[in-house]
Design a binder for this molecule. Structure first.
Ligand code: THG
Length: 284
């Protein structure tokens, strides 16, 4: 199954035999005080830099989240999407809990976007799926619903099935959906990493869908987060997660190494190419 995203002119294909597609996570105020304050002041001036830096480090899709406290996302999210797409020719992953903000951003976005996200709550599906259908977009579907995040892979798989079935009713095909098996903090529960991997494995085996996952969620509060995130990206890829949300500035080269060792990078051209770009950037 292949999921095709589009930027102003770029085309990005997510599929089981394709190189990993990194969704760059850096345009997000979570845990970033200065950026949060800028968003609260309506200041989007760092976005072109943040977008370009992630693209240079190998991101093929950029997550755009402006959801700091008290921000009017309906006004700010479309502005942010336009600024990002003026800076780099990449598809965007429009990240908001507010369906009205998603709609406003879809309206201005160029190409075929990824909407982040829907989940198995009836109300959420009724608000988000019609937008995805109307704009011919794609959507991340989280394996959780009104009862929260199921503790077991079987529970998460059941939510995934409900999501696919409901999407079908809106004319949305499985190839327009990236399932998210939900990465939780391993510092809070040492089995969390494994449950997510088992969920991803079952989704791949039974549903065949492409998947995303927020790899960096795993490591909050742990020392050497980048190491944990990098290792987890490799394990997630083996379980079928082929479009992770992560920090390309930290994990971009590791992702190319994973592709290389899986035989998805002929002559290591992508790995070597990115290595050279990063080396030049470090010298400059
Ligand atoms: N699934 C989906 N979308 C998601 C997530 C997911 N979007 C948000 C999040 N999870 C993925 N994005 C991030 C972004 C930042 C961090 C983690 C995940 C992060 N930030 C540092 C912190 O909070 O400590 C701060 C970074 C900095 O200081 O520069 O860890 O799972 N569909």
């Amino acid at each position: 199954m292949q999921t095709v995203l589009k930027g102003p002119s770029a085309v990005v294909t997510i599929g089981p035999d394709e190189p990993i597609v990194v969704i760059g996570e850096r345009i997000n105020p979570t845990g970033r005080k200065v950026f949060s304050a800028e968003l609260q002041a309506g200041d989007l001036s760092r976005l072109p830099r943040d977008a370009q830096a992630q693209a240079d480090a190998g991101a093929l899709v950029l997550d755009v989240n402006v959801g700091a406290a008290s921000v009017d996302e309906v006004a700010l999210l479309p502005q942010a999407v336009q600024i990002v797409q003026d800076a780099v020719d990449l598809p965007v992953c429009i990240d908001s809990a507010n369906p009205a903000a998603l709609a406003a951003a879809l309206k201005v976005c160029k190409g075929r976007a990824l909407v982040n996200s829907v989940n198995g709550e009836a109300e959420k599906m009724a608000a988000v799926f019609p937008l995805v259908a109307e704009y011919g977009a794609t959507v991340i579907a989280l394996c959780m619903d009104d009862s929260g995040i199921p503790a077991t892979p079987q529970g998460r798989l059941a939510v995934a099935e409900k999501l696919l079935e409901t999407a079908h009713g809106y004319g949305i095909a499985p190839d327009a959906i990236l399932l998210d098996p939900l990465v939780m903090n391993v510092g809070a529960d040492h089995t969390a990493g494994r449950i997510t991997l088992e969920t991803a494995h079952q989704i791949r085996e039974r549903l065949g869908c492409n998947m995303t996952a927020g790899a960096s969620n795993a490591s909050h509060g742990m020392p050497d987060r980048d190491l944990i995130n990098t290792v987890y990206l490799a394990l997630l890829r083996q379980a079928g997660v082929n479009a992770p949300i992560c920090n390309p500035l930290k994990n971009g080269l590791a992702v190319r190494a994973i592709d290389l060792m899986l035989g998805l990078d002929e002559w290591g051209m992508n790995y070597i190419g990115l290595y050279r770009v990063l080396q030049k950037a470090a010298e400059a």
